[in-house]
Design a protein around this ligand. Structure first.
Ligand code: GLP
Length: 252
């Protein structure tokens, strides 16, 4: 697990984008996260596309999760968020057909989850991750299975409260359920880049890197993954015990 601490999220986003641009291969499968954390990274990818240094034109992108019960045209529907960030020649070259998101609109949500899981049986090439303040990745909430496939998840009160800022600050408008890639699905990615910013993520970051692997902090499963890069700002790094060691490792 590489741990990189940057002064602010601007440097972190640039570094993460650099990693993706450098490792992009034609036809790659890119795992994409939502939330506010990867927005700077996506802006960097759009800039690189503008200059001809990066393109997702032949690639596919795979969302981690999608809300259940959200209007198809709602701006916070994750498919719409990702369209806004990545789809089109004016963005990264990704086509709408090549953007994959779980389908929460059918009668059988379990079947939709199973279908998404099957499509990801070989895992993505590079997975971008954010981190919930309760340690969730995707929408895998605490006390779930560390080996879960794509599944229907009930959101915790903490997550709905955190995400209410996208829903007029009204928790009642935040969906209660979602379809999310499971931890086993995420673990099939060949390479993972996780970003976390701000004081509110510090406890989850400390658990993720230094805590015991536990279903109570779902992101800790990443300690078992052979290729993870964690990029955090100073505030998110503030509860790390071995912070000086991580800095020295990155200055070889
Ligand atoms: C959301 C998403 C996650 C995201 C996390 C953090 O609910 N499902 O993929 O990483 O919570 O969100 P943010 O980046 O806005 O802090």
């Amino acid at each position: 697990m590489r741990v990189i601490i940057t002064p602010t999220e601007t440097e972190a986003s640039t570094l993460a984008a650099r990693h993706i641009i450098d490792h992009a291969t034609p036809g790659m499968k890119l795992g994409v996260a939502t939330g506010s954390t990867p927005l700077g990274l996506y802006a960097n990818l759009r800039t690189a596309h503008e200059t001809g240094a990066f393109s997702l034109a032949d690639s596919t992108a795979w969302a981690l999760d999608e809300y259940v019960g959200i209007d198809e045209n709602h701006p916070e529907r994750y498919r719409n968020v990702l369209r806004d960030q990545l789809v089109g020649d004016d963005k990264t070259g990704l086509t709408d057909d090549n953007l994959h998101t779980p389908n929460p609109y059918g009668d059988d949500l379990d079947a939709a989850a199973a279908e998404y899981e099957a499509a990801l049986s070989e895992g993505v090439d590079i997975q971008i991750l954010g981190l919930g303040s309760d340690g969730h990745i995707g929408f895998n909430e605490p006390a779930g299975s560390l080996a879960s496939p794509t599944h229907v998840e009930t959101l915790t009160h903490e997550t709905r409260e955190a995400n209410s800022r996208f829903f007029d600050n009204d928790i009642d408008k935040v969906p209660t359920h979602c379809i999310t890639q499971g931890l086993a699905t995420i673990m099939r990615a060949s390479d993972i880049v996780l970003l976390a910013f701000g004081r509110g993520k510090a406890r989850a970051v400390a658990q993720l890197i230094e805590g015991p692997v536990s279903a109570m902090w779902p992101a800790t499963i990443l300690q078992h993954h052979p290729s993870v890069m964690i990029i955090v700002d100073e505030e998110a790094a503030s509860e790390l015990t071995m912070i000086d060691y991580y800095r020295s490792r990155e200055h070889v």
